[in-house]
Design a protein. Structure first.
Length: 276
């Protein structure tokens, strides 16, 4: 396999979900500080990131894009290529959460909404960028799954479904590159555990479980630190990049696959979260 991207200086990097103040924003800023040319998109809050990029004097392009809209994604990639002429690094970071729902409470529309963004958004963006990445001497694809793409949790069925799908897609593509001898494009699956972001606050459905989950996130890894872990992993060509308790959950899922649900049940009891 390839040795990883030695430097980000001069590279053209696309980051989806780069607005706001989460992992995507900090990935954009870290890449810009290392001399990358930046293209980022989000469904809102572009100005937060754009203002700081301008202060750095970074070379960047930004666009409002709904990751559930295939045509909007394609147009965004066209615009990036028109601006920079190539793509070296793709980071599929954009994603949404629905909140704390039982399977019976989640509607068909809930499943379609989260799948269109969290899964199809990743597929469509990667497919559109892939031929351009293959042309580059040194390139990388980075897809953010989740620790919930390792360990399935109750009341997060739609979210876990999409994150397991992203993990499967990315791990399979990495294996394919290995078998085919594609060494110039490395492929990375990222599993953030608890990272202090606002993803649950932006969810459609809120209840006590959602609030508890958000409070847990705020005690986790800071998004700037998470971004640095991801970029170091890309440079070292780490296939699966774990953040916070992501690795612990991976070990638990591997060693005690059937016991993990009982552990979750005990944790819920200790925290006073009632089953519904």
């Amino acid at each position: 396999m390839g040795s990883g991207m030695k430097t980000f200086k001069g590279k053209v990097a696309i980051v989806t979900g780069g607005g706001g103040n989460g992992i995507g924003h900090h990935l954009v800023m870290a890449l810009a500080r290392q001399g990358a040319k930046i293209a980022f998109c989000d469904i809102a809050k572009l100005d937060t990131t754009a203002t700081k990029l301008a202060e750095l004097g970074a070379n960047y392009y930004s666009e409002m894009v709904d990751m559930a809209d295939k045509q909007a994604i394609s147009q965004f990639i066209d615009n990036v290529l028109a601006r920079f002429s190539c793509i070296d690094l793709l980071i599929n970071n954009a994603g949404i959460a629905l909140g704390d729902l039982s399977f019976g409470e989640a509607s068909e529309q809930d499943f379609e909404k989260i799948t269109n963004t969290n899964y199809w958004g990743v597929i469509h963006t990667t497919q559109r960028c892939y031929p351009h990445l293959l042309k580059r001497p040194e390139a990388a694809i980075v897809n953010l799954s989740s620790s919930q793409g390792i360990l399935a949790l109750p009341y997060l069925v739609p979210y876990c479904t999409t994150k397991f799908a992203v993990r499967g897609f990315t791990d399979s593509l990495r294996a394919e590159h290995h078998i085919r001898g594609i060494r110039n494009v490395t492929v990375h699956t990222v599993h953030p555990g608890a990272v202090a972001t606002n993803i649950t606050l932006n969810a459609d459905h809120h209840n006590s479980g959602t609030q508890q989950f958000h409070e847990d996130l705020q005690r986790g890894t800071q998004p700037a630190d998470a971004a640095n872990i991801i970029l170091r992993g890309v440079q070292k060509n780490v296939g699966r990049i774990f953040i916070s308790d992501g690795r612990d959950q991976d070990i638990l899922a591997r060693l005690l696959p059937t016991a993990s649900v009982y552990i979750v049940k005990i944790i819920m009891r200790l925290r006073g979260i009632a089953a519904r």
